[in-house]
Design a protein around this ligand. Structure first.
Ligand SMILES: *Cc1c(COP(=O)(O)O)cnc(C)c1O
Length: 432
């Protein structure tokens, strides 16, 4: 089964669950992020179910979408959280999440962040270098505390994803070389009295759409994790996040019909397949398995709605200029990310026009698609950029002094503003 999502045409109008997106665009303006609560919960529960048979915990990667209401929704359903900054820990606590179910990743934790996380009693610091582990020991010692820690192993596996989101190769800045882990744990156990070695962590990359790299990494690291368990009594192994989602055809791909029409070998990785392959390999290790999905939980659960402002016909191309820009959704510019583009009013014909959809920002990288065949739309019409729930708003900025867009969470027939659109006063707040 595909990862279903809550967006489809109902009576000719693109809807999120039971709410028409055009009504939201009229009421709240554009650009506008809209999320489906049902989809977020469904994805979380599917992963949880796929891992049945393994002692496990899902620690949602906050950086994918850190809105307080999204965090609260996931906390209510029993999620833990994987954080990468003190700011994300602050958000998790504000949203009612439990620090005891938080893991803290990242290569550059500051003293202030370490102190804050120690005082809040997080589950584990996921440490990315020996230098960081020694510093963590020092800070914990000064506070008379014991810091629970796991080291991130870099298994040197090719995740076969975009180079900017691959993290598990030796040339990436993340983690400690596979071959160096044993020695590091031995030194930590002997020399670092304020560290409790609690686990081992890995995360090989993001947007993986095949199971092979996950299997390769897990199989490579199993002997190591068993050795660490025997020697130091570690209790958990985090296998990271990285489960990919469908970006192409993401409207159709939400339907069972679309899924059934795809040749078996071309169907993208499903969560059921992920579980089926990994559960047998993980279930008898005697370790608690942590998962850190971000994109998989929220990616297909959100869209960015934008309004067409102008059509500009150049000699070489036709540009549809819209009111969202790369400051609102940077994935196309940063990772060559693909977002399906769908009019809110269902197209009456199958006719297509070849266009570039571009934003108002003064950068040539400010586009959402180039030379793509799309149903035609006109100035004043609204379109949706699909699958924008992960690394969308979370990466938005005020570049060009543009206010951050509003965010809406839909649950059934109810739409709630979970972040107000910024005002121009908000944009300059704090400046002299
Ligand atoms: C970003 C990140 C994740 C989440 O990655 P997704 O591809 O969104 O699932 C998980 N763990 C760590 C350490 C990360 O940095």
């Amino acid at each position: 089964m595909p990862a279903m999502h809550g967006f489809s045409y109902k009576n000719g109008s693109l809807s999120c669950e039971d709410v028409q997106l055009s009504a939201l665009a009229e009421e709240y303006g554009t650009p506008l992020y809209v999320y489906s609560a049902g989809t977020i919960v469904d994805h979380f529960q599917r992963l949880d179910k796929a891992m049945e048979g393994v002692d496990h915990e899902v620690a949602y990667a906050v950086k994918a979408n850190s809105n307080l209401s999204v965090l609260r929704l996931l906390a209510t359903h029993g999620a833990g959280f994987d954080i990468v900054s003190g700011g994300e820990l602050f958000r998790v606590i504000k949203a009612g999440g439990d620090p005891a179910h938080c893991t803290f990743a990242g290569v550059g934790k500051t003293r202030e962040e370490i102190v804050y996380a120690l005082e809040q009693g997080i589950y584990s610091f996921n440490v990315e270098s020996e230098e960081e582990l020694r510093y963590l020991n020092q800070v914990a010692g000064e506070l008379n505390l014991i810091a629970p820690a796991a080291v991130r192993v870099n298994p040197n596996v090719d995740a076969k994803t975009h180079k900017y989101i691959s993290t598990g190769k030796s040339e990436n800045k993340f983690g400690v070389d596979f071959e160096a882990i044993s020695g590091l744990y031995a030194r930590a156990a002997a020399e670092l009295p304020n560290i409790k070695l609690r686990g081992l962590q890995m995360h090989i990359g993001s947007q993986l759409t095949s199971i092979a790299p996950f299997i390769e990494a897990v199989e490579k690291v199993i002997p190591l994790v068993l050795e660490l368990k025997a020697k130091y009594g570690i209790e958990f192994w985090s296998i990271g996040g990285g489960i990919g989602i469908i970006y192409k055809d993401s409207l159709e791909s939400g339907s069972v019909d679309w899924w059934a029409a795809q040749p078996e070998e071309e169907r993208p990785l499903t969560i059921e397949r992920y579980g089926k392959e990994l559960v047998p390999r993980l279930k008898d290790l005697g370790l608690k398995i942590l998962l850190e999905p971000g994109r998989y939980i929220v990616g297909n659960a959100g869209v960015l709605i934008t309004k067409c402002l102008y059509e500009k016909k150049g000699s070489a191309k036709t540009f549809k200029i819209v009111d969202a820009g790369m400051n609102d959704l940077i994935r196309p510019a940063l990772y060559e990310g693909h977002h399906e583009i769908v009019p809110l009013n269902e197209p009456a014909s199958a006719e297509r026009v070849k266009v570039d959809v571009v934003g108002p920002i003064c950068e040539s990288g400010d586009f959402f698609c180039q030379d793509r065949e799309l149903p035609d739309f006109n100035p004043g019409d609204h379109i949706a950029l699909m699958s924008a729930g992960a690394y969308g708003f979370a990466m938005a900025s005020n570049y060009n002094s543009r206010p951050l867009p509003a965010e809406i969470l839909v649950e059934g027939g109810t739409a709630t503003v979970i972040r107000k659109r910024q005002t121009l006063e908000d944009v300059i707040a704090g400046e002299l």
